[in-house]
Design a protein around this ligand. Structure first.
Ligand code: T4K
Length: 377
C-alpha cells in the first residue's frame, strides 16, 4: 500500500468533466452571483432532497450562523455548548452576545438539556445547541425549556446535513438551523452554508440580510452583510447532490467497519448510534480510555508518525480558548466536556477511504505498542 497521507477527511469530488457543462452555462449567462439561476436551482433541489420548506444559501456556515442570530434579533446571553468548533461561539461574540457554556451529555456529546435551566438568567434570550458529529440533540427537551422561558432556539447544524429522525430532516427543528457546506463536510460546495427557514417570510427577511439589507435599488431595510453564495459554488452543489446518496453509503461502510473491528480493542470506546431514520456518518470519534496502553495524545501522535492524520475535534474546548477564558470566573469549562475533550480522537472517514487504509488505521490502534517499540529499534 502506498504511504500517502490519510487525513481526517477528504472531500468527495465528482468527475471533473461533469462540472464543465455547468461552467459553460455560467460563462454563457455571465451571471456570477446575486441569486442567479444556479443558486435558485440549488435552493429548490436542496428543499426537495432534505424535505424542508425553505432554504437560504450562504457563502459559508459561519456567516449563516451570524445572520440567523441577526434575523431573530438575539441579544444578551445565549446558552450553548463548549464542545464544538470555535465558529459556534464566535458567531455569538461577533453579534455582541455572551456565550454561556453548559455541559454535554456523555452519551451524545451534545448539550445536556438537564443542565440548561440552571444557566438561564434574566439576560438569556436563546439556546444555540450543536448537533455534534451529526448526532441530533434532544430537540424535544430543548424546545420545552425554550417554550417555558420564552427563548429562541438556533441550531448550529453544521454537521447535520442529511440526518433524519422519525419526523424527517433534523434541520427542521428550532426557530432556525444553520448548516455548513465546507470542503470538510459530507455535502460540500467548496465553501458554503445555508439557513433552513420555516416559511417564505422568514426566508425573505434572511435573503435581505445576506444581501446588505437591500430590498430594491432604492431601499435598504437593515444593516445586512454579504453572505451570498456564488454561481460556481451553487453549480458545484447541484452536481454534488447527484452523488450524495452514494457518498453517504460510502461513509456508512467505513463507520460499520470501524465499529465491527474496534469494539474489541480494550480501552477504546465510541458513541452508541442513536435510533435514527438516517445518519450521515460525518465523523468517527473514539474515546481513548485510561485502560488503553497509550494516552489520547500519544495515540494521536503515533498515528501522525504513520501518516494518519486524525483530529482531536473538539480539543481544546471553546471555553478553554484564551479569548473565552477571560470570562472563565463566571463561565468555567464544564467537567464532562473537559473529560471528553481530553479523550476524543476523530478517525479518518470519507466515502472513498479504502479497506487497506482502514485496516492500517485499525492495526495501529490494535497494536500501538508493537509499532511504538519497532520505531525505537
Ligand atoms: N459550526 C460547527 C459545529 C462547525 O464544525 C463549523 C465548521 C462551523 C460552525 C462553521 O462552518 P464553516 O464556516 O466552516 O462553513 C475544519 C473546517 O474548516 C470547518 O469548516 C469545520 N467546522 C471544522 C470542524 O473543521 P480545520 O481547521 O480542522 O480544517 P483543516 O483545513 O485542518 O481540514 C481538516 C482536514 O480536511 C485536512 O487535514 C485535510 C482535509 N481537507 C481540508 C480542506 C479544507 C481537504 O482534504 N481538502 C480541503 O479543501 O477546520
Amino acid at each position: 500500500m502506498s504511504d500517502k497521507p490519510i487525513y481526517v477527511t477528504e472531500p468527495f469530488l465528482p468527475p471533473l468533466e461533469e462540472f464543465i457543462p455547468y461552467l459553460e452555462k455560467i460563462w454563457e449567462s455571465k451571471r456570477l452571483t446575486n441569486n442567479g439561476p444556479m443558486h435558485q436551482q440549488l435552493e429548490e433541489a436542496l428543499c426537495e432532497y432534505l424535505g424542508v420548506p425553505e432554504i437560504a444559501l450562504f457563502n459559508n456556515g459561519t456567516i449563516a450562523l451570524l445572520t440567523a442570530l441577526q434575523a431573530l434579533r438575539i441579544t444578551g446571553e445565549v446558552i450553548t455548548t463548549p464542545f464544538s468548533f470555535v465558529a459556534t461561539a464566535h458567531a455569538l461574540t461577533w453579534n455582541d452576545i455572551t456565550p454561556v457554556f453548559v455541559d454535554i451529555d456523555p452519551n451524545t456529546f451534545n448539550i445536556d438539556p438537564n443542565k440548561i435551566e440552571a444557566a438561564i438568567t434574566p439576560r438569556t434570550t436563546a439556546i444555540m445547541p450543536v448537533h455534534c458529529y451529526g448526532n441530533p440533540c434532544d430537540v424535544d427537551a430543548i424546545q420545552s425549556i425554550a417554550d417555558k422561558y420564552n427563548l429562541k432556539v438556533i441550531y448550529d447544524a453544521a454537521h447535520a446535513f442529511g440526518v433524519q429522525d422519525e419526523g424527517g430532516s433534523v434541520l427542521r427543528h428550532g426557530d432556525l438551523s444553520a448548516v455548513s457546506f465546507h470542503a470538510t463536510k459530507v455535502f460540500n460546495t467548496f465553501e458554503g452554508g445555508a439557513i433552513i427557514c420555516p416559511d417564505k417570510k422568514t426566508k425573505q427577511h434572511i435573503n435581505n440580510l445576506k444581501n446588505f439589507g437591500i430590498v430594491d435599488e432604492v431601499t435598504v431595510v437593515a444593516a445586512g452583510i454579504n453572505g451570498k453564495m456564488s454561481e460556481v459554488n451553487a453549480a458545484f452543489g447541484l452536481l454534488q447532490l447527484k452523488y450524495i446518496d452514494k457518498a453517504l453509503d460510502g461513509r456508512k461502510f467505513v463507520d460499520s467497519y470501524y465499529r465491527s473491528t474496534l469494539h474489541e480493542v480494550p480501552g477504546i470506546s465510541f458513541l452508541t448510534p442513536l435510533d435514527l431514520e438516517k445518519h450521515n456518518f460525518s465523523y468517527f470519534p473514539i474515546l481513548v480510555e485510561d485502560e488503553y496502553p497509550l494516552s489520547r495524545n500519544e495515540l494521536y501522535f503515533l498515528l501522525k508518525e504513520n501518516n494518519i492524520h486524525g483530529r482531536r475535534y473538539f480539543y481544546p474546548l471553546i471555553s478553554e480558548a484564551s479569548t473565552y477564558r477571560q470570562q472563565s470566573h463566571i463561565n468555567p469549562s464544564p467537567d464532562i466536556a473537559l473529560r471528553v475533550a481530553d479523550k476524543v480522537l476523530c478517525l479518518p472517514i470519507y466515502p472513498h477511504l479504502s479497506i487497506e487504509e482502514i485496516d492500517k488505521i485499525i492495526q495501529l490502534i490494535r497494536q500501538p505498542t508493537a509499532v511504538a517499540s519497532s520505531h525505537e529499534t
